[in-house]
Write a protein that binds this ligand. Sequence first.
Ligand code: GTP
Ligand code: MG
Length: 510
Amino acid sequence: MQNERREQAQRTVLIHCPEKISENKFLKYLSQHGPINNHFFYESFGLYAVVEFCRKESVGSLQNGTQTPNMAMETAIPFRSRFLSLKLKNQTSKQSCIQSSNQLPPSNRKLFELLCYAESIDDQLNTLLKEFQLTEENTKLRYLTCSLIEDIAAAYFPDCVVRPFGSSVNTFGKLGCDLDMFLDLDETRNLSTHKTSGNFLMEFQVKNVPSERIATQKILSVIGECLDHFGPGCVGVQKILNARCPLVRFSHQASGFQCDLTTNNKIALTSSELLYIYGTLDSRVRALVFGIRCWARAHSLTSSIPGAWITNFSLTMMVIFFLQRRSPPILPTLDSLKTLADAEDKCIIEGNNCTFVHDLNRIKPSGNTETLELLLKEFFEYFGNFAFNKNSINIRQGREQNKPDSSPLYIQNPFETSLNISKNVSQSQLQKFVDLAQESAWILQQEDTHRPSVSSNQPWGLAAVLLPSVPNRGSLTKKKRKRSANERVKNLLESLKSNRTANFTETNEK
Ligand code: GTP
Ligand code: MG
C-alpha cells in the first residue's frame, strides 16, 4: 500500500493558486503536460491544489515550462521542486466556485452538537471517528509531503526513501496530527547486491564515525540544514539531535503539517504496521481509541509539548491491552500474532524479534459482541481501578505483569521488551488519569438511570465525559466518593460496635 501511495505521490505536484481561478481553465492548462488522474483544492493561508498526473513524465514537462521567480529585493535560491506557484498573467479571470477539501477536524462546538444529537454512545463514538479520521485527500497530502522532502534529501542520498509512519499510517491518525517521517537509507547502503565474479570485491570509500547514533546525528544535521536553506515551504527547522531518537522538526507551511523527520528508527515503522493490524482487525478498536484519545486531550492528559504526560501512543497501547483482556478477547496478543507468522513475516531488527503475521485473513475474528458503550464504560472502570503501583501493561502477553521498576506507569515496549514506553509519565499525571477515569466511569454509570433527553440539549454520554472537570461536577464526584467513604467508615464502626457488644455479652455470659 505504501509503495503504491508513494508512486502516486511521485506523479503529483502541489500548486499555490491565486484566489480567483477557474477550475476548468486550470485543469486545461495543466493537461498540456499530460492527462490528470485526480486533483483537489484546499485552503491553508491561501488556495492550494494537489494535482496527480497519470504519468511521471508530465511532472518533468511541467517543471521544464516553469521558471524561477525574479524578485526585486530578494534573491531566489534556484531549487526546482514539485511545489509550484501559479500566477495569473492578467486579472480578468472570473472567480469560479472552487470546492475546497477540508484538512482540519471539526471545532469543539460542532463536535458537541454532533455528539448531542447522536442516538447512542456507539453512535457518538462512530461519529467522532468519522469526523476526525484522516480523509483520502489528507492521506494523499501526507504522502506528497514525504515525497517532496524525499526530493530534498535525495540531493545527498539519491536512493533514499522518505516514508510516513506513526498515526499518519497506523489507522489512528486524526485530522491535524503531526507527520512522522522516516528517512530510509537502506537502498543507499545495499545497492550493489549483485554478485561480482572473480576474486575482487569493490567497496565505496566512506567516512567512518564511532557509532550508529553519531552517523544518524550527522545525516540528520545536514538534511536539517538543507531543509532550512533550500526547502520550499519548510519553516521553523529545529534539529533535536540529542534526543533518545534524534530528529529534525519543522513545519511544512503549505500542507500545514508539523513534521518530525527521523532515520535509523526501523522499529517505529514496525510498530506502525502492528498498530495498523490491530486497528483493522475489529471496527470497535479505532472508534474506542479515537474516543479515549479525544477524552485525554479534552482533559489535558495529553499535550503536543513533550513532558511528563501520557502520549497518544501509550493510550493506544492501553486500549489494545484492555481489548485483549475482554472475555472473549476482542484483540489477540502480540505473541499469538507471532505464532501465526510464516517465513515471510520473519523480522529481526537490531537483535529484537519483531515477527508477527501480516496477512489479516489468517487471524480469526473475535467472537466478542460487546457494544462500544459497554467498552467505553469498562475502559474507565478498568483503568480507574488498575493496580498501577505493582503491575505493568504488556500487549505481547496480554496480561498484567509485575513492574520491573518503580516508574509510575509501566507499558512494555512491544518490540524492545526491556523498555518502558511511558517512562516519562509522572505520578501526578498518572493520578490525574486515574481520577478522571473514575469520574468518567461514574458519570456514565449515573446516566444509566437518568440520561438527559436529546431535546434537553444537555451533553450526555461521550459528550458529558469530554467536558472539563468543572468544580461542581468534580466536587459532586468527590462528594459522592466522600459520602461512600464516610458510609464505609460508619458501617465499619457500626459492625465493630456490634461485635464489641457481642463480645461483651459473650464475655459476660461466660
Ligand atoms: P500522534 O500523537 O497522533 O502523533 O500519534 P503517533 O502514534 O504518531 O505518535 P508520535 O508522533 O508521538 O510517534 C510516532 C510513532 O513513533 C508512534 O506511532 C510509535 O510507533 C513511535 N513511538 C512514539 N513514542 C514511542 C515510544 O516512547 N517508544 C517507542 N518504542 N516508539 C514510540
Ligand atoms: Mg505522530
